[in-house]
Write a protein that binds this ligand. Structure first.
Ligand code: HSE
Length: 299
């Protein structure tokens, strides 16, 4: 009936806490087929602990959309092919939320626009920084404005690679948010807001040399360092090895570095070494930016 391909995403990009993000060419695939009962099939690399009942995130999300539009839930055979590691700061739960909304909308005959899906996805996630790039692709900035959202796609085809170093440890977003202080100083607000401006400038004008300063943050990364041994050293080593800039990916533990094609390998290796020095094993992927966002096809 329908297949949805949803990209992994990296949120924050340093100072853009809860508002900036990008999509990368690493995907989860979801298939929905008509069926007489609700059934789930799991495939791919990361299938452990995914509920195969009414508690499945894709299904729960689909039901939320159907309830909003007054459509009676339809039993489906759902197949999930997972390539995005969960609880690593690469937006794996956003892929399920976005897929659930796109499938539910398609099953109901497409009553909602992409922007409506973004609004519901943001309500479910609590912040738009993963779901906006997951839906629209590219590098995005999303402004939450009273009861609405203003999503902006800054660029779809930047001229750099995203090197992602994925530590072999799990960080639950909820815990990584609880650890943050509830208020920040005016000095740190100025530090971050000036760098978000610079980040937008760097991406739009392709001035990637600005990224070493533009990816700096004062309000969440170091506060989360206790969850990711070796993180500050790995981020510093990325820039020393030739990355344009580097940041914690979402709430971690994955680390993201912006690199030219030539610097991707040494940057990845040195970040991994900095983690290994702290007894953390990791996997490194060099990825291009996804420019399409989630794509639904009729099968
Ligand atoms: N902006 C969120 C955070 C991303 O850093 O907590 C979580 O995926």
């Amino acid at each position: 009936m329908f297949q949805v391909k949803v990209p992994a995403t990296s949120a924050n990009l340093g100072p853009g806490f809860d508002c900036m993000g990008l999509a990368v060419k690493l995907y989860n695939y979801f298939k929905a087929e008509e069926n007489d009962k609700l059934e789930f099939y799991l495939k791919g690399t990361y299938t452990a602990n995914i509920p195969t009942d009414q508690n499945n995130l894709l299904w729960k999300t689909a039901c939320i959309l159907w309830e909003r539009i007054g459509f009676s839930p339809k039993p489906l055979k759902l197949t999930f092919e997972s390539h995005v590691p969960p609880a690593r700061g690469l937006g794996s739960s956003s892929t399920a939320v976005v897929a659930g909304l796109m499938i539910a909308n398609a099953v109901a005959g497409y009553p909602l626009e992409r922007f409506d899906l973004l609004k519901i996805a943001t309500e479910i996630e609590g912040h738009p920084d993963n779901v906006t790039p997951a839906i629209y692709g590219g590098i995005t900035l999303t402004i939450m404005n009273e009861n609405s959202l203003l999503p902006r796609v800054l660029t779809k085809n930047p001229l750099f690679k995203a090197v992602v170093v994925i530590p072999d440890l799990l960080v639950e977003t909820e815990k990584a948010r609880e650890i943050l202080p509830s208020s920040v100083s005016r000095k740190d607000v100025i530090f971050n807001s000036s760098r978000v401006g610079l980040l937008v400038d760097a991406f739009i004008n392709q001035e990637y040399n600005l990224l070493s300063i533009a990816t700096q943050d004062k309000i969440h990364q170091n506060q989360r360092a206790s969850l990711i041994p070796g993180m500050p050293e790995a981020l510093a080593s990325a820039v020393r090895s030739g990355a344009y800039g580097a940041a914690l990916s979402g709430s971690g533990p994955t680390l993201l570095a912006f690199c030219s094609s030539g610097s991707a390998q040494p940057v990845g290796e040195n970040m991994q070494k900095a983690l290994a020095d702290n007894f953390i094993e990791s996997t490194c992927l060099t990825l291009d930016i996804d420019s399409d966002g989630a794509v639904l096809t009729k099968i």
